[in-house]
Design a protein around this ligand. Structure first.
Ligand code: NAD
Length: 319
């Protein structure tokens, strides 16, 4: 009897994306230009960030990109980013957060220092605003420059495309119509943008965090051009998990586990936290598909965004 649950690794999904990234790069790269370069700023000494940077470096180098890691003092970071904004040899900039964990507004300020044309993480206000408003281009009405989406939320979208949760029979932009998805995490960098992206693509999304549940949808018959948000007073996982075709968890707590008994039979379960939010053996008895981590897909998206930034630049005058 074949196993009922398929475990799909991030590596498998990332491989396909990296192939696409290399092909796109080959079509847009001007002859004689060197390897595209990602400047990565490490200013917090966080061991998780160091690990993530090491992985990113390896993936960059394996795929024809240069990863330029810059260890800087947090008090000099703003100046260093401003310099990198001007450097011709730098195509994209990533900064590892948090830098000022006691003051998230300060991190937000640093994020805004990165030039829009080098914001590989999609964290500048303009990029986020476009995402929340379901505006896919930076230059309407020409629509030649695609807006950049944040890496982990976009990685989750690409995973759902790979798993064929996105239905290609439907029009682009509506391909999650009819799907119910729970996202456990509503941080500004991961869970909230993810809920918005999925709802903008037509899903009914329950966004869960420590403060409660919110419903993100494009309204009855997905007639609205972008999602709206509604508080679901008194709701919790008990209400939303049994309704969900897909459950995406990103709770940064070692002991946290999504209650397996509430998961619908045959649901798709995806974990993006660095901790295992699902009880592995038990979830395999309940889910149809289980994706235990997404980190490698996130790095593939980072390179995809970098290629997109290069494609968005005005072509150099050939004369
Ligand atoms: P965060 O601390 O900013 O946000 C955590 C969110 O989880 C908040 O919305 C919080 O309310 C919610 N939460 C916490 N406990 C909860 C509970 N018991 N029930 C419901 N909600 C709960 O964290 P973050 O920056 O969003 O990162 C989340 C996780 O994702 C971390 O483990 C991080 O390492 C990981 N991460 C992974 C990738 C990747 O590519 N795989 C990328 C970025 C972050």
């Amino acid at each position: 009897v074949p196993k009922t649950c398929r475990v799909i690794t991030a590596e498998t999904i990332a491989k396909n994306l990296l192939q696409e990234v290399r092909e796109t790069l080959a079509t847009i790269q001007e002859s004689g230009s060197g390897e595209p370069t990602l400047a990565a700023f490490l200013a917090n000494g966080d061991p998780h960030a160091v690990k993530y940077a090491e992985w990113s470096k390896k993936t960059c180098e394996d795929n024809g990109f240069k990863f330029d890691l810059r260890n800087v003092d947090k008090e000099l970071l703003e100046e260093e980013i401003m310099k990198a904004n001007e450097e011709e040899g730098v195509d994209g900039i990533i900064v590892y957060y948090p830098i000022f964990p006691k003051n998230p507004t300060h991190d937000k300020y640093v994020q805004e220092t990165v030039s829009l044309s080098k914001d590989v993480e999609g964290m500048r206000f303009q990029h986020l605003h476009n995402m929340y408003h379901n505006i896919r281009f930076l230059d309407p009405p020409e629509n030649r420059k695609k807006s950049i989406l944040p890496c982990t939320p976009l990685a989750c979208v690409k995973i759902l495309e790979y798993l064929q949760i996105y239905n290609p029979i439907l029009a682009v932009g509506n391909r999650l119509y009819g799907k119910t998805i729970t996202v456990i995490n509503r941080s500004e960098v991961n869970g909230r943008p993810l809920a918005a992206l999925l709802a903008n693509d037509g899903a009914t999304v329950y966004s869960v965090d420590v403060t409660g549940v919110q419903l993100f949808t494009r309204g009855q018959g997905i007639k609205q051009p972008r999602h709206k948000v509604e508080d679901k007073e008194g709701w919790g996982l008990e209400q939303v998990l049994p309704l969900s075709d897909v459950i995406i968890a990103g709770v940064p707590v070692e002991s946290y586990k999504v209650p397996t008994e509430l998961i619908r039979e045959g649901a798709v379960c995806i974990n993006f936290a660095s901790h295992r939010n699902f009880d592995g053996p038990a979830v395999k008895e309940k889910a149809s598909i289980y994706v235990p981590s997404v980190g490698k897909v996130t790095i593939a998206i980072l390179l995809r965004n970098l290629v997109r930034l290069i494609a968005n630049r005005p072509a150099k005058d050939a004369s």
